[in-house]
Design a protein around this ligand. Structure first.
Ligand code: PLP
Length: 369
């Protein structure tokens, strides 16, 4: 088969080709049962097996401890901006660290249900740094502290999760890990709840992953919709209402693909981290050595997944994108709030794709001289 174009979309994003092939082969008849997956009852033995396998594989891949529950929900990351305060805030104080567009949105939505405080922000420097945890002005009575651990739009990533206990806080840490889940291991000892939409790094849009510490279940406000009450979802093994069955199946195929990956003697998520470091290093090093391109994010918090960059001569933007498309390099246009370009290097992007991008960027610079 010919090489498909390399797709740098921020989300919904490229899927591993092997996964698409397998899904295509199983589309009309899953494992000889005479039905495609999207035609199955979510309570039948076939789909129950698919969902159980997906959950077990994810637990193994991300090394989720047994005192955390894995929930497959709907509504995406944006709905979680409401669902988290509905479940965890008790209507009281909640702390937000604002590091880019997504955490900003989360803080704003929480106002409907709780009393959010912005306890640290990098807004003054255009969301290009991370405020050191020691400088966060954490509230004494916060029900939780929210952090977006990878800012998809601004390209800022926490390479180490904050240790709230070391900062004197007993509040659980909530992370929005939508855009870097499964790209690196998670330090669960520092986390109370993690959520993420699937469409960046886990599968197709439609399913939202929530990993929540068991002791945080059962705190929902009485106005919380039952289908969004974590305890109800957990008690019903994510089948309180019809789950997004096909998206769960596809995510399950991605989990199996992840388990097969090897890199530098590692497998699974550790392999992905090795590969993701290599991919990001290749692109950032090229940009930093160039006079033609620039990335404005501080080096210690640059995202491995989302690389926003600019042409110093922005009048060349359209030509850059058109030339990229001709070379089979798709969806490089930056987010509208930032401008410029953005290359998203999720797990499904191979190193060869990043090399092809760097080669194109070098050639484009030459022809623009
Ligand atoms: C994409 C994204 C979201 C929004 O997800 P939806 O599924 O569109 O609701 C939230 N947070 C982060 C960090 C994201 O990258």
């Amino acid at each position: 088969m010919t090489q498909r174009p390399y797709n740098f979309s921020a989300g919904p994003a490229a899927m591993p080709e092997e996964v698409l092939q397998q899904a295509a082969a199983e589309m009309l008849d899953w494992h000889g049962c005479g039905m495609g997956v999207m035609e199955m009852s979510h309570r039948g033995k076939e789909f129950m097996a698919i969902a159980a396998q997906a959950e077990a594989d994810l637990r193994e891949l991300l090394a989720v401890p047994t005192h955390f529950r894995i929930l497959f929900m709907q509504g995406g990351g944006l709905a979680e901006n409401a669902i988290v305060p509905l479940n965890l805030s008790r209507g009281g104080a909640v702390d937000f660290v604002v590091t880019g567009g997504w955490s900003q949105k989360s803080a704003k939505e929480a106002r409907k249900y709780a009393a959010p405080a912005v306890v640290a922000s990098n807004e003054a420097d255009g969301h290009t740094t991370l405020p050191a945890p020691a400088t966060w002005r954490l509230s004494k009575d916060a029900q939780y502290v929210h952090v977006c651990s990878n800012e998809t739009i601004h390209g800022v990533e926490f390479h180490e999760l904050p240790d709230l206990k070391a900062l004197g806080s007993q509040a659980p840490l909530v992370i929005d890990f939508s855009s870097h889940v499964a790209s690196r291991p998670v330090d669960w000892g520092r986390v109370g709840l993690a959520f993420g939409g699937a469409q960046k790094n886990l599968g197709p849009a439609g399913v939202t992953l929530v990993v929540v510490r068991e002791d945080l279940l059962g705190r929902a406000l009485s106005i919380c919709p039952s289908a969004f009450d974590y305890k109800t979802v957990a008690d019903n093994a994510s089948m309180y209402n019809t789950p997004p069955t096909y998206s769960i199946y596809m995510a399950g195929l991605v989990f199996q693909w992840l388990k097969r990956q090897t890199e530098g003697g590692f497998t699974g998520i550790a392999a992905m981290e090795e590969r993701n470091i290599a991919k990001a290093t290749l692109l950032y090093n090229f940009i930093d050595r160039s006079e033609f391109y620039v990335n404005k994010v501080a080096k210690d918090c640059r995202s491995r997944m989302n690389v926003p960059f600019f042409l110093r001569d922005e009048s060349r933007n359209e030509a850059f994108l058109a030339g990229a498309k001709e070379r089979g390099l798709l969806q490089l246009k930056g987010h509208k709030s930032v401008g410029g370009m953005r290359a998203s290097l999720y797990n499904a992007m191979p190193l060869a794709g990043v090399q092809a991008l760097v080669d194109y960027m070098r050639d484009f610079e030459k022809t623009s001289a």
